[in-house]
Design a protein. Sequence first.
Length: 491
Amino acid sequence: MSADAGAPTDTTRDKHEKTFLGQPRSLANIFGVEMWERFSFYGMQGILLLYLYFSVADGGLAMPKPMASGIVGAYGGAVYLSTILGAWVADRLAGSERVLFYSAIVIMCGHLSLAILPGYAGLGVGLILIAVGSGGLKANATTVVGTLYSDDDPRRDAGFSVFYLGINLGAFFGPLLTGLLQSTIGFHYGFGLAALGMAIGLVQYSFGRKRLPKEAGIVPNPLPRSRYGLWVGIACAGVVVIVALVLVGVISATNLSLVVIIVTIAAAVAYFAVILSSRLTDVERSRVFAFIPLFIASAAFWSLYQQQFTVVTIYSDERLDRDLFGWEFPISWVQSINPIFIIILSGVFAAIWTKMGERQPSTPMKFALGTAVMGVAFLLFLPFAGGGANSTPLLAMVGILFVFTIAELLLSPVGLSVSTKLAPARFHAQMVALFFLSVALGTALSGQLAELYSTKTEGVYFGVLGAIAIAIGIVLGAMTPWLRRIMRGVR
């Protein structure tokens, strides 16, 4: 049985549905809510690290930079870690579409908390709500996109690339506008704009919910009502344990990223074990095993890529020449450079994959190339390592982030697509959650690694991490023929 068993055929969709950029019309609806969610997410994240380490006089919380970087990495990891919760609720209780809708409401409340509540109270409440809501929305938005296509639809990878374009439209405008407000009238106005963006996305999505295919709302593996009490008890016990660990100091601001790394590894191992021990066909089990090396390469890739929000932000504050025609632009604007390239190149990559058809590189090879190219991007910092303030030209940073983009397009949208193609029939959303677990692990690692960054040793820092990523890409490339065999027909 395929991962999309029961889905309408391509022929049915072609005859009865209007299209959006050559894709199913309902993609436009999901494209919109994801675009506005990313506007709010990246807009807030663009100023979050600055909010943590800027002085109180400048509107910040005056944290040490290593601690602030760790918190940002831990928060980012928690966002993707919470996709487990969102996927489980979708698969067992409510269906992907409903979880997506209510998660958007939770996200909006989180941004409002950051905007309205002062100091650490707003920070804690806001980041928790945004992390939980974003996890629910991310895993299930991707799953809903997957329901628009049958397993052998040649438009599938191109459709995910178009979906990825919506993500990056939001990611482009978010840091520009929130950064402008932060630098002119204050951090809380930037957070408030993020809340407004999510509200717009929620309203837009509400108007088009009925057009989505019925598969988007199906609960594939319903939880028996007799077990509701057990799971409510487990959830309450989990909350009590977390609160107790915080109160006794086992979990603190200084070790958050390490805690998220440990929890994510444990969750990933447990998830793979649960899926592989379930009733699967031989083909499904083989495909899940094939996903494990891709998971590892993805975590390595994201541990470097997500340093845009930690190391690259600090580097842009301390090293980058941000002079633009005599005006020093906000630090967060650097984070809009990558989305510009994504917007330009995502359609190009979609067209290339569509035109190449069966001749395009296999998914494992795309992962290998993406990881290695990400390592090259880190090596490109080396000529500027050890410089002083304003010593790195803006054009150099643009070039480095261009290479970031090439690496991202080789791996990220392809990872979303392959997670739906390799998914066993009973684990649609949860296989997508596993892909996001690799992002959670990489993101938390990025925060932990960022704590090691300093201007005195940045040459070693960029050189070692870049070389490790290239080595991982080479190893995965060598494994590609074997991986293609055990993927059992999935490219």
